[in-house]
Write a protein that binds this ligand. Structure first.
Ligand code: IPM
Ligand code: MG
Length: 356
């Protein structure tokens, strides 16, 4: 089993270091190879997704990814910006299914900005389609408007589109995931306005025929955003498109108190995947040793479960994380009075200790 390790920028290297230590503390040893990506890729070879990095990611059984992005690259033209690395990896590796669980650990109920009774026991799964939609739709660009009320003026444009195959395959992933959990699936769309999402809704409804044991409902994205903060525990599994999923998953993350706790998996049709924390590169705290490594450590656990078929090892890591939270250890993002504030490395140390 070979794992590609792509630390990236900002806090990426610090949090990845802790996840690698945790992996190395398991009984089974995995082959790991590290390569630069994002701003680091640009510095190393002039491109956010260097060819050698992409080749490594393709050859590996799984990819563990830190985070990319830094303000200092904001002035680069779009194809050279760090974010293009993650978009390029998703597209090139066909990672169309993005699983973003939002779980509230009981110890952290007070860390959420929502009332504890609204969020305690929260356990929802957002499944975001990751390789289609307006993120990748062509054509796109800036041009002279060929028609419309502002004909002849400069305009920016993107294209929202979803092929039937793309909707069907993500719907199957979602129904199957729901089947293994609470058997309830909410498909989020904007069918009241967008053709793309009326089509989405129709296809998801059709796929539902193969999963009579799962309850399906449909919700408009604006309402879903509201329900997520009003009564988030009513959801079990949510499936939605790339852009709505981007937005809703950040909202869901905050329900749990800290985006620093949330792992994610991006899978292809064969469960090969890229695993990354749901948060970004946080350049403001990079190098200070205060970033929360738990989302990345939990991403490594997801990797063991989904791509490497090592469910027991994944359980061990997840239990170790629960144990350190129970011990009262907190990085600043989840710190509350009465708990013990620790840094990135100490948190990693504690998880390694708890594994033993
Ligand atoms: C995410 C991020 C990315 C996205 C960015 C960094 C391109 O926000 O993974 O949610 O929009 O998908
Ligand atoms: Mg996002």
């Amino acid at each position: 089993m070979k794992i590609a390790i792509l630390p990236g920028d900002g806090i990426g290297p610090e949090i990845i270091e802790q996840a690698v230590r945790v992996l190395n503390a398991l009984d089974e040893k995995f082959e790991m190879e590290t390569a630069p990506v994002g701003g680091a890729g640009y510095e190393a070879s002039g491109h956010p997704l260097p060819e050698a990095t992409l080749a490594l990611a393709k050859a590996a059984d799984a990819v563990l990814f830190g985070a990319v992005g830094d303000w200092k690259y904001d002035k680069l033209e779009r194809p050279l910006r760090p974010e293009q690395a993650i978009l390029g990896l998703r597209k090139n590796l066909n990672l169309f299914a993005n699983l973003r669980p939002a779980i509230l650990y009981p110890e952290l109920a007070g860390a959420s900005t929502l009332k504890p009774e609204v969020v305690s026991g929260l356990d929802i799964l957002i499944i975001r389609e990751l390789t289609g939609d307006i993120y990748f739709g062509q054509p796109r660009g800036v041009r002279t408007a060929p028609d419309g009320a502002f004909k002849g003026e400069r305009e920016g444009f993107d294209t929202m589109r979803y092929a039937e195959t793309e909707i069907r395959r993500i719907a199957h992933v979602a129904f199957q995931a729901a089947r293994k959990r609470g058997k309830r699936l909410t498909s989020v769309d904007k069918a009241n306005v967008l053709e793309t999402f009326q089509f989405w809704k129709d296809i998801v409804t059709d796929v539902h025929k193969e999963y009579p044991d799962v309850t399906l409902d449909h919700m408009y994205v604006d309402n879903a955003a509201m329900q997520l903060v009003r009564a988030p525990k009513k959801f079990d599994v949510i499936v939605t498109g790339n852009m709505f999923g981007d937005i809703l998953s950040d909202a869901a993350a905050m329900l749990t108190g800290s985006i620093g706790m949330l792992p994610s998996a991006s899978l292809d049709a064969n469960n090969k995947g890229l695993y990354e924390p749901s948060h970004g590169s946080a350049p403001d705290i990079a190098g200070k040793g205060v970033a929360n490594p738990l989302a990345t450590i939990l991403s490594a656990a997801m990797m063991l479960r989904f791509s490497l078929n090592r469910a027991e090892q994944a359980d061990r890591i997840e239990n170790a994380v629960k144990a350190v939270l129970a011990q009262g250890l907190r990085t600043p993002d989840i710190y509350e009075e009465g708990t013990t504030k620790v840094g990135t490395k100490e948190m990693g140390d504690a998880v390694v200790q708890a594994l033993r």
